[in-house]
Design a binder for this molecule. Structure first.
Ligand SMILES: Nc1nc2c(ncn2[C@@H]2O[C@H](COP(=O)(O)OP(=O)(O)O)[C@@H](O)[C@H]2O)c(=O)[nH]1
Ligand SMILES: [Mg+2]
Length: 229
């Protein structure tokens, strides 16, 4: 979750995680990070919010590394924040090239919130990105925005996920994964680690075998089902 200060990043994490989150702040402004855990259809979603003040760039860089997806939050009401949003977007595009991104046009519950068309006119970087009119306060559209991002992220891994589901619990699961995806052992083990960390898999000691968590099996087999709710 990134974007300029006061756009509503901390509020958005609070909403998405049902308050199961922490915010390291001083006088209401995030100085280190927000962190929270959400559960979407049985899948654990680890959320990290960046500080929005320009001088905390190093913290943003650290928090960005390893991100699977980005929610870029902009303030729909305050045109003065547009210049900061542009700077931030340039930074994030540099830190995370090719990482799926959705834009939250936040504070749509307020009078004077600019419609998406008008935001697109002022913020050229929005071209080609999905922009959702949302409110972190009322929750309007937040769920569909999050699900769309999760879908985009999962689609990048759909081939791998399909094989995870296929060889879950199989003897020599790792070898079968390597063969089907034409991977070296190191690379295949890297994939297991990555998705073990994200709580999609359990990996056996020795790495030869892995098991998909029951709660997420249907998502790995059919990522699009995250959109159907
Ligand atoms: N009306 C309204 N206020 C919001 C919304 N999201 C955030 N705010 C308010 O905007 C201010 C900044 O929010 P915060 O989450 O701290 O922004 P951050 O700096 O991006 O983390 C706070 O006073 C929030 O209560 C929203 O969707 N609607
Ligand atoms: Mg904050």
């Amino acid at each position: 979750m990134t974007g300029p200060y006061e756009a509503g990043k901390s509020q958005m994490i609070y909403h998405i995680t049902n308050g199961q989150c922490i915010n390291i702040e001083r006088r209401g402004t995030t100085i280190a990070m927000d962190h929270g855990l959400a559960n979407v259809d049985g899948m654990s979603v680890f959320m990290f919010g960046t500080p929005g003040l320009l001088r905390f760039r190093t913290m943003r860089k650290i928090l960005s590394s390893g991100a699977d997806g980005i929610i870029f939050v902009v303030d729909s009401v305050d045109p003065d924040s547009d210049a900061r949003a542009k700077l931030f977007f340039r930074e994030i595009a540099f830190f995370l090239p090719g990482v799926p991104c959705v834009v939250a046009a936040n504070k749509q519950d307020l009078q004077g919130a600019r419609p998406i068309d008008s935001l697109r006119m002022n913020l050229r970087f929005l071209a080609g990105l999905p922009v959702f009119p949302v409110s972190a306060k009322t929750g309007e559209n937040v769920d569909s925005m999050l699900r769309t991002l999760l879908y985009l992220v999962m689609m990048q891994w759909s081939t791998v996920f399909g094989k995870f589901a296929k060889y879950s619990g199989a003897k020599d699961g790792l070898k079968k994964l390597m063969k089907d995806l034409n991977l070296e052992r190191d690379q295949a083990v890297g994939y297991l680690r990555r998705f073990e960390l994200r709580k999609l898999l359990e990996v056996q000691v020795g790495d030869e075998q892995f098991k998909v968590k029951d709660a997420v099996r249907h998502l790995l087999e059919k990522p699009v089902s995250i959109m159907q709710r």
